[in-house]
Design a protein around this ligand. Structure first.
Ligand code: ADP
Ligand code: MG
Length: 429
């Protein structure tokens, strides 16, 4: 259900939200028919929007409303409400392509920048589970299905030129959100920027190194250009472990407000970077040395399986569901054509892997020196211990970004991570 009511925007806090929802028969029926008895709690822990959980005697819902500014910073940083429209569009597309892996949309109002969704319960934000050392046996299969299907079916391997260009256009207006990524991930951590922060004083020298490291500046700028100028597929755009809600048996991807047509490696890199950061943070959460070793082993195995399973599923879709205008069938006919195309598919995956390695690195460095940090590191209480974990992650990230070509397989990445587990960085101070 979409209602375009431009000009109607107002922030719906508790009473107004109750009245609004009471006016939606399907939603009211789902909650139970006594609006006065609904409980309404604001739970938004994100950086940008309001999220309410509403519960009645029959059931619950989640309501997300965009604010006309960045919640984390305030009214001084305006941000278009239209991001709620793109989030709704992306959620709808993802539900179609990867059924059961996103929350169902129950209602959307463009004018209010408001979406009512299925309540995910008892799911928790995956990042919190990882900090606690919990393993998620469903995760690899679910996240690789999500990425393989959403990326393949929105690419030129599956769509005609007309469909693909129309789809790019439908998301092109979400450029303010792209610009946030371009600034906060691909630019600010490498220069002096007011919003940067890091674990001072321990990482002061490392932060200064990043600002002088021209090899790194070239590498991050190439990645930035790839992000800006490669509309390969519909990206989630912010696919970190804080955008994934899990139980041990279910996985749901939330919060695609950064969705746009971009390079596939960016989503893959987001998942891998956040797993690798969970790995490097893990020793900082030990109460007894070594007690999280098994968990850490699971995280690295998960990193390997995420890439390997993604590649397997993506290639399988390409072999069986190709219907787009890229790689025309007529150019690869017969046995010889089939064999040559298969070699080309492998080469395509190798290029995608290389992109993924670079974006993994970019997504790591921004969480340690930029505006938005993550609780994997932030919840390590002793700042010196935190800095040690962060410096290990940065060492890997720097190598992955500058010497990308030496990481040929995902085992090269996990092997390098394993070697850095107990490496002692030189800290400032
Ligand atoms: P933001 O865009 O501001 O980052 P999110 O979409 O990430 O907002 O949502 C913020 C928080 O609200 C999530 O971390 C999660 O705890 C909660 N949340 C969001 N959607 C749901 C949902 N469908 N069911 C339950 N909780 C949700
Ligand atoms: Mg968000």
């Amino acid at each position: 259900m979409t209602e375009a009511q431009a000009g109607d925007y107002r922030i719906l806090h508790e009473a107004a939200l109750r009245d609004y929802l009471a006016g939606l028969p399907d939603i009211a029926a789902r909650l139970g028919n006594e609006p006065v008895s609904w409980s309404i709690t604001e739970v938004g822990d994100g950086n940008l929007n309001l999220v309410f959980i509403v519960k009645g005697d029959r059931g619950g819902i989640a309501v997300k409303q965009a604010l006309p500014y960045v919640r984390l910073v305030g009214e001084s940083w305006p941000l278009p409400l239209s991001r709620a429209h793109y989030e709704f569009l992306a959620l709808s597309k993802q539900a179609e392509l990867a059924p059961g892996l996103v929350p169902a949309v129950l209602h959307h109002n463009d004018g209010l920048a408001l979406t009512v969704m299925e309540l995910l319960e008892p799911h928790i934000i995956m990042r919190k589970g990882l900090v606690a050392g919990t393993r998620y046996p469903r995760f690899v299969d679910d996240i690789t299905t999500f990425m393989a299907r959403t990326l393949f079916f929105t690419s030129d391997l599956a769509l005609s030129t007309a469909e693909k260009k129309e789809a790019i256009a439908a998301f092109a207006g979400n450029h303010a959100l792209c610009k946030i990524t371009e600034d906060l991930i691909f630019t600010d951590p490498y220069r002096i920027a007011e919003q940067n922060r890091w674990t001072a004083p321990y990482l002061d020298a490392l932060a200064a190194d990043l600002r002088d490291d021209m090899e790194l500046h070239v590498a991050i700028s190439r990645l930035k250009l790839k992000f800006m100028a490669s509309p390969e597929a519909l990206l989630h755009g912010d696919l970190h472990t804080g955008s994934i809600m899990v139980t041990e048996s279910e996985t749901r991807v939330i919060d695609p407000e950064f969705a746009f047509y971009g390079p596939m490696g960016f989503d893959l890199g987001a998942v891998l970077a956040n797993l690798l950061m969970a790995y490097f943070a893990s020793s900082g959460h030990e109460r007894v040395p070594g007690e999280r070793r098994e968990f850490e082993g699971w995280v690295l195995e998960t990193v390997e399986q995420v890439w390997n399973e993604f590649a397997r599923k993506f290639l399988d879709l390409w072999r069986t569901k190709a219907g787009g205008d890229a790689y025309p069938v007529s150019l690869f006919s017969g046995e010889q054509g089939a064999a040559r195309l298969e070699i080309e598919r492998q080469a395509y995956m190798q290029r995608l892997f290389t992109d993924t390695v670079g974006f993994t690195a970019a997504k790591t460095i921004r969480r340690i020196f930029g505006l938005a940090h993550n609780i994997d590191f932030e919840l390590i209480e002793d700042p010196k211990q935190r800095a040690i974990s962060e410096a290990r992650a940065v060492r890997l990230a720097r190598a992955m970004m500058v010497e990308t070509g030496t990481y040929r397989t995902i085992a090269d990445v996990t092997g390098a991570a394993r070697k850095l587990r107990d490496w002692m960085p030189e800290l400032s101070n």
